[in-house]
Design a protein around this ligand. Structure first.
Ligand code: SF4
Length: 494
């Protein structure tokens, strides 16, 4: 058996996923832009963490020759190199690369670097297989650690690596897992030995835990025919009720028995779907509309995050606004559009905050969809810039939420599939907007926008201009969509 530590942790999540990776990789979904961005972040964080253990030697990665990597590791080891990055070891076909390996008089220390902000249980399995291999090869390991990002770190002037990273000793937890490894390896080997029989493992909680499995489209849609909107949208995956229905072969909502015990909210979702019924509480919507006065400022931010903060006052993974779109809707129906898009490569927060207070006067109605996000961004800016605090907090306090009528169930259609997120509300109320998004070139959602802006730096001027144009068009559509949704609410109350 040939097994890397990533295949080992894949198999820990689900042995079928390991088998598919080996024998039917074409059934796995390729990583999307967000997954690629996370991978890139992992590389940056990994390189930086090595600076906590300086003057080490790195083993260059060679996907076709792990043996050479292991040989070079041995050479450095024998030379007494204190810190070895990507130290590679092979034992009975199991290949592990230790992010950072330290030689100390008390034995080896293993450091696994993660770009997350805590220690997840799957990391312990990841390190446990490293410890297993090293000890099987006769090395004395003194300690195992996870190095992860400290989310409460706030950058001040120079980056302080000792504060940016948290080093957690997980030796005991990893040792506790050692006894179970041989049986696990034996089980995984049995699956892999049977090349012609796909493991008969049913879908379940493991499909999303700890990661969304890249075989979901295959296992759920192709093999099990799970509809787009199913019992899994009503009942939590792995919950008692979900399992009870699934055990009876019920996955479609229309097949849920009338007498099945449900909460009132679950019952309403099921009934709406079964009857393909649209529910509109006209009085409640009219009441919401009465709270709005013209002109209405429809506001939407785009943000990105940095695992490693580049600017003062930024914490890891904190939302950094770089763009907004503003549609100003007047009583006579005329629309004005204003937009801000930060320059590339510099801290966008001050210029964005100044432009925002310039673009939105005092005492006007501001609408956002899911306002907690916009409020959070504005509150952070207010905290950062004391001279703008009063103006920004005034904006913060006057924002109203266009999501409210949907969140409170005043307008529910089957197309919303039990959700009040704009992703479902918009196609339900303004189907033509969905097409407008699909027609956008390059950037079609917030994740695309975030990745596009974060990767602008380093692109050619021509490429930057193209992406900036795409960003502006995308964000403008977001606030135009809000105008349309509000228009639809007004229409049903006429
Ligand atoms: S989708 Fe679920 S059942 Fe299929 S391989 Fe992944 S975890 Fe296993």
């Amino acid at each position: 058996m040939t097994l890397s530590k990533s295949l080992y942790t894949r198999a820990i999540q689900c042995p079928k996923s390991l088998w598919l990776k080996k024998y039917k990789p074409e059934e796995l979904s390729p990583p999307d832009a967000s997954a690629k961005a996370r991978f890139e972040t992992g590389n940056v964080v990994g390189d930086l963490a090595c600076e906590l253990f300086p003057n080490g030697r790195e083993i260059p990665f060679d996907a076709h020759d792990f043996k050479s990597m292991a040989r070079l590791t041995k050479t450095y080891f024998d030379e007494g190199v204190e810190n070895i990055y990507e130290a590679t070891f092979i034992y009975e076909g199991i290949v592990v690369m230790v992010d950072i390996l330290r030689q100390t008089p008390l034995g080896l220390e293993l450091y696994e670097v993660k770009s997350s902000t805590d220690v997840k249980p799957i990391y312990l399995h990841d390190i446990s297989i490293q410890l297993y291999v090293l000890e099987a090869l006769g090395f004395r390991v003194g300690a195992c650690h996870v190095v992860h990002i400290n989310s409460s770190y706030v950058r001040e002037e120079a980056l302080e690596l000792e504060k940016l990273f948290v080093v957690v000793d997980v030796t005991d937890e990893v040792r506790d897992l050692q006894g179970s490894i041989p049986a696990k390896l034996e089980a995984f080997e049995a699956y892999l030995d049977d090349k012609f029989h796909e493991p008969n493992i049913d879908i379940g909680k493991q499909c999303n835990d700890p990661y969304e499995c890249d075989a979901k489209a295959y296992c759920w849609k192709v093999q099990r025919n799970i509809p787009e909107y199913s019992i899994f949208n009503i009942f939590n995956l792995g919950s008692k009720k979900q399992q009870e229905l699934y055990a009876k072969n019920i996955v479609a909502i229309e097949d849920i028995p009338e007498d099945f015990a449900m909460t009132p909210l679950q019952w309403q979702k099921v009934e709406n779907w079964k009857k393909q019924h649209t529910f509109i509480d006209h009085a409640a919507i009219a009441e919401f509309l009465e709270t709005l006065t013209y002109p209405i400022y429809h506001l939407d931010f785009e943000t990105f995050q940095q695992a490693v903060p580049e600017w003062n006052g930024v914490s890891p993974y904190k939302q950094i606004p770089f763009q907004y779109s503003l549609h100003v809707e007047h009583r006579d129906g005329t629309l004005e559009h204003k937009a801000f898009l930060a320059e590339t490569g510099s801290d966008p927060r001050r210029t964005l905050a100044e432009k925002l207070v310039e673009d939105i006067p005092l005492h006007v109605n501001i609408l956002a969809y899911n306002m907690s996000f916009e409020k959070g961004v504005i509150a952070s800016l207010a905290q950062l810039f004391p001279d703008l605090h009063v103006r920004l907090m005034h904006l913060h306090d006057t924002i109203k939420d266009l999501m409210l009528p949907f969140q409170k169930g005043h307008y529910v259609t089957p197309v919303m599939q039990g959700s009040y997120s704009i992703k479902y509300v918009l196609p339900a109320l303004v189907p033509e907007m969905e097409l407008a998004y699909k027609k956008l070139d390059g950037i079609q959602n917030g994740g695309d926008a975030m990745n596009a802006f974060a990767s602008l730096y380093g692109k050619s001027l021509e490429e930057q201009m193209k992406v900036r144009e795409q960003l502006l068009k995308y964000c403008e559509l977001d606030t135009l969509a809000m105008v349309k949704v509000l228009g639809k609410l007004r229409k049903v109350c006429e």
